[in-house]
Design a protein around this ligand. Structure first.
Ligand code: NAD
Length: 480
């Protein structure tokens, strides 16, 4: 493959073929300069229904293959993604604005799920249970759940797809992926590579369109879909849950977050700053585990602010294709407006902007630090999803825990301390699915990723990641 352009496809992939029903195409834009990268055929609900039919028809033969056969195809797909890493990274950066170094990191991260679940597929063990009378023998089997509808966001155009469909495909499910309309090219390119790897027709389908609401309704309401796996906002997660009620569809939901990062007086301040930088500014703050609130104890507050501000002031904005850029553009104008409104709201309520605070044309927002943050401000309760770092001051450990838990979200949390006893106490009290202690980077295929409260349900990755895609069948053999 010589250029990324050879991996830009202009229509959906269904039943092993590039296919379209919609005659209209829509533009996919580069958030860096708003130029058009390419166009894709815009599909609707009826097209999604056809893809579901195809996936449903392919289910029987795919689940009948041995785990080893499925695993071999997944591993080949993993290899092909690595072979095309440079082209995929370029596509990802062009359509999402993500700095190229982070795009390459995402490809490694996302592909690692494919390798992991290719291995786990072979260990999809059941149980042998002692019979409840002498003449009975009991076993349990873990069987693939059926057709999976995967709905994914733009902020991890490859990894969020891989994290869902690698375990699904590994255990024998078939999939219909509906990627974000902002980043369809990465999704189509990896489906193309999967096809080269040898997935049979109809096993892995990608449907692209600009009406997520109608496409989502089809996935939720169609009886042939057994399961919805969604990553995105809590607002949309709730819509999908209510739409799935009629068919009692199983749901995995990876939703929004409001991550606190707590720095105690006894912390290693340089480690805390490193963690805060990685946790806050990765992809310009546009990840679900990004730090939303930095809570700093009063004894270390001023020094932390001084050192943190000095580093943030040096961050470079620019095109994601430049390797020395730290912060690329935000995904769209809506995101810019949200940053402006949150900054304004904080200033009106007593916050002080130490650096940044302004939009830069066409689609950037400066890395921003706001001190004297308080709980009346909007970002205390809502996801920022951009490069604003609000710093709250606190007095006691109890204050910090109370503030950290004062949110409907419960995805990631972080704290920095050198006190062993405190590290146990605080870990136990944080109402979050993920806790990073003296660490700001917590994602990996080997760990169970997911949230509590309104951050969702289910876990992706690790040995638990297969559970979402299997049903347990209990078999009782009598008369022995
Ligand atoms: P979003 O909820 O607006 O969109 C996510 C996906 O759902 C997109 O493909 C979108 O087109 C689609 N969608 C929108 N409305 C829909 C509807 N009514 N029915 C069906 N599909 C619909 O979120 P976003 O702005 O794309 O992504 C950012 C959000 O995703 C943030 O809240 C972030 O925290 C969350 N996120 C969570 C995780 C996680 O693992 N928990 C990971 C990444 C992003």
């Amino acid at each position: 493959m010589s250029t990324y352009k050879e991996l830009l496809f202009d229509r959906s992939f269904v039943n092993g073929e590039w296919t379209n029903q919609g005659t209209e195409k829509f533009d996919v834009k580069n958030p860096f300069d708003l130029s058009v990268i390419g166009q894709v055929h815009d599909e609707d609900r009826t097209f999604v229904a056809k893809a579901i039919d195809v996936a449903h028809a392919a289910f029987g033969s795919w689940k009948s293959k041995s785990a080893k056969e499925r695993s071999a195809i997944l591993l080949k797909w993993f290899d092909l993604i690595h072979q095309h890493k440079d082209e995929l990274a370029q596509i990802m950066t062009l359509e999402s604005g993500k700095p190229i170094v982070e795009s390459k990191g995402e490809i490694d991260y996302g592909a690692a799920y494919i390798q992991w679940f290719a291995e786990e597929a072979k260990r999809n063990y059941g149980d042998v249970i002692p019979g409840f009378t002498a003449d009975k023998r009991i076993i349990t089997l873990k069987e693939p759940i059926g057709v999976v509808g995967a709905i994914t966001p733009w902020n991890f155009p490859l990894a969020m797809i891989a994290r869902k469909i690698a375990p699904a495909l590994a255990v024998g499910c078939t999939v219909v992926v509906r990627p974000s309309e902002e980043t369809p090219f990465t999704a189509l390119a990896i489906n193309y590579l999967a096809n080269l790897a040898g997935f049979p027709r109809g096993v892995y389908n990608t449907v692209v369109g600009t009406d997520p609401s109608e496409m989502g309704k089809e996935l939720c309401e169609n009886k042939k879909v057994a399961k919805i796996s969604f990553t995105g906002s809590t607002k949309v997660g709730k819509i999908l849950m209510s739409q799935s009620a009629d068919t009692l569809k199983k749901l995995s939901l990876e939703l929004g977050g409001n991550a606190p990062l707590i720095v105690f007086d006894d912390a290693d301040i340089d480690l805390a700053i490193k963690g805060a930088l990685a946790g806050k500014f990765r992809f310009g703050g546009q990840t679900c585990v990004c730090v939303n609130r930095i809570l700093v104890q009063e004894g270390i507050h001023d020094l932390f602010v001084e050192k943190f501000t000095a580093v943030v002031k040096k961050m470079k904005l620019g095109s994601g294709l430049d390797t020395d850029v730290n912060i690329g553009p935000l995904i769209n104008q809506r995101a810019i407006r949200r940053m402006e409104e949150m900054t304004q709201d904080a200033v009106v309520k007593g916050g002080k902007v130490l650096t940044g605070g302004k939009a830069v044309a066409p689609q950037f927002f400066e890395p921003t630090i706001i001190v004297d943050a308080n709980e009346s401000m909007e970002f205390a309760h809502n996801e920022i999803f951009g490069p604003i770092a609000p710093i709250f001051r606190f007095k006691t450990e109890q204050d910090a825990v109370r503030m950290a838990n004062d949110t409907v979200y419960g995805l990631a949390s972080y704290f920095f301390t050198n006190d062993l006893n405190r590290s146990w106490r605080v870990r136990e009290q944080l109402e979050y699915g993920i806790v990073g202690i003296n660490e700001g980077l917590i994602s990996s295929e080997v760990v169970p990723f997911g949230g509590v409260k309104e951050s969702g349900q289910g876990r992706e990755g690790s040995k638990y990641g297969l559970d979402s895609y299997v049903d347990i069948k209990y078999v009782c053999i009598g008369g022995i």
